[in-house]
Write a protein that binds this ligand. Structure first.
Ligand SMILES: Cc1cc2nc3c(=O)[nH]c(=O)nc-3n(C[C@H](O)[C@H](O)[C@H](O)COP(=O)(O)OP(=O)(O)OC[C@H]3O[C@@H](n4cnc5c(N)ncnc54)[C@H](O)[C@@H]3O)c2cc1C
Length: 456
């Protein structure tokens, strides 16, 4: 009999009575919605789900699971491709109902709860003309994204999302609540900035904000995929001299009418008129078949790619960080995209530079400051029956690019089948220090449904 089998109704009634939020069991209304995450590949069934209404619920859930030796998983925005937010059999601690955001325009800081998405967060901060680095999709959770690092359009100017974290409240494995910052529990604070969900459940994130917008300069240019080689080489040159304000991604994808395309998307994080001259080469090169670059609200930029990533599709991702975009890398990507099995799949080349790259690799737990490109292979499809060929395609491209990329990988892009060596590579040279920290804050590895750092 497993621990979760011992969860009889009277035990659960006792837990229910101590919660402000709901407790869901299989069969309860809302149970299936709560266990469903973004990636349709993930179909797990927790024995119970605590829909946390606040910090007290999180602590109660942690104590309950620890006392009964239950596996726990922690859910924020539910976007993680590896699906670690949901466990089979154990207790899912679902923080997604915790959606408070409080902006202080005087100190230019914000406090946000772990169920907040970047769409929620940006709406609140932009109401005061403020922002901080977040992900490029509005539905991604601030929690998982920040704890793993957090790349997005403002990287060049303001660094990673975790570089802008100034404090966090953390429920630890013993049910205690710690406040971590540069002044208190500095070691834990260091680990929270790139070490993922290994050390506890963050119930409050405090961020440094910056004046931004409301208008920035962004939007894609597209070329036919027949020109992909030239376009990606041009992207390499264009990004080499980009100022901090200008973050640019390139991608190979299929247009809505089935046309294979290569796109470049800049975001100039400053007054649009100042960015115009900088993005001019993007308009002149080609010229593109579609040019949608123009001034737009930062909020619109943050929603720009939402339609391309609707929830509920099957996802399988492979990615590697690279210090350069070699001709051979371009060749492998172009060659594989010519036989991509799904029109929803894409390969992104993301450029991380500026403030991102100026931090020392050991300044936060996020290590990879010197590798400034991320090659992200996103296999994305709608029918379960197509799983094998989509996964095979992504794996084949991943193998093909290996000689051209580093062994480093961004922890938040790891998939469920990335083994311990890849997890270790994600933490890079910071791994041993993270193991020490894990020993200190979670010696029994209570929090292990994550890109796990084993305490021993
Ligand atoms: C379509 C799409 C677009 C993406 N775009 C970006 C991007 O632009 N930039 C980027 O950096 N990443 C991006 N990601 C990756 C994203 O950062 C990770 O998937 C991240 O884990 C999502 O966080 P979440 O809270 O939504 O995830 P969840 O699936 O809810 O959580 C993921 C993990 O984070 C941990 N966790 C969650 N909440 C807490 C908490 N309160 N305390 C402690 N640990 C917690 C847990 O270990 C959990 O398993 C994208 C992912 C997708 C699917």
């Amino acid at each position: 009999m497993t621990a979760s089998d011992r969860l009889d109704e009277s035990t659960l009634q006792g837990l229910r009575a101590r919660l402000r939020g709901r407790l869901l069991r299989p069969g309860d209304p809302g149970y299936d919605a709560a266990r469903t995450v973004d990636n349709a590949m993930i179909d797990r069934r927790p024995a119970a789900i605590v829909r946390c209404a606040g910090v007290a619920d999180v602590r109660t859930a942690v104590d309950f699971a620890r006392e009964r030796k239950l596996v726990v998983s922690v859910r924020g925005g539910g976007h993680n491709v590896a699906g670690n937010a949901v466990c089979d059999g154990g207790l899912m601690i679902d923080c997604s109902p915790m959606k408070g955001v409080r902006v202080d325009p005087v100190t230019r800081t914000a406090r946000a709860e772990p169920g907040v998405t970047w769409g929620d967060f940006d709406l609140e901060t932009q109401a005061f003309g403020l922002a901080t680095t977040g992900g490029v999709i509005s539905t991604t959770g601030i929690a998982g994204l920040t704890l793993g690092g957090g790349v997005g359009w403002l990287n060049g100017r303001f660094g990673l999302a975790c570089d802008n974290l100034i404090a966090a409240d953390v429920v630890t494995a013993d049910g205690g609540l710690l406040h971590a910052s540069e002044q208190e529990h500095e070691d834990l604070f260091w680990g929270l900035r790139g070490g993922g969900g290994n050390f506890g459940i963050v119930t409050s994130f405090a961020y440094q904000l910056h004046a931004l917008g409301p208008m920035v300069l962004s939007g894609p240019v597209f070329h036919p995929a027949t020109r992909a080689r030239e376009v990606l080489r041009f992207f390499r040159e264009f990004t080499a001299t980009a100022p901090d304000e200008l973050t640019t991604y390139a991608g190979l994808l299929t247009g809505p009418d089935g046309t294979p395309l290569v796109g470049i998307v800049p975001c100039y994080a400053g007054p649009p008129e100042r960015g115009e001259k900088l993005v001019e080469p993007l308009r002149k090169f080609g010229p593109p078949v579609v040019d949608q670059i123009g001034p737009m609200p930062y909020l619109a930029v943050q929603h720009m790619f939402d339609p391309a990533f609707p929830p509920g599709r099957f996802n399988y991702w492979k990615s590697s960080l690279a210090s350069r975009v070699s001709d051979e890398l371009v060749e492998a990507v172009v060659d594989h995209m010519a036989r991509v099995p799904s029109p929803h799949s894409a390969v992104m080349l993301e450029h991380y530079h500026g403030a991102y790259a100026r931090k020392r690799p050991d300044e936060t737990a996020y290590h990879h400051r010197a590798t400034t490109y991320d090659v992200v292979i996103i296999a994305n499809w709608t029918d379960r029956a197509d799983t094998d060929r989509n996964v095979a395609w992504a794996r084949s491209l991943f193998q093909a690019v290996q000689p051209q990329v580093s062994s480093g990988v961004y922890v938040n892009f790891l998939d469920a089948d990335d083994g311990a060596d890849r997890v270790r590579a994600a933490y890079g040279a910071n791994y041993d220090r993270l193991v020490e920290l894990k020993r200190r804050y979670d010696p029994t590895n209570f929090f292990r449904m994550n890109q796990n750092i084993r305490p021993a």
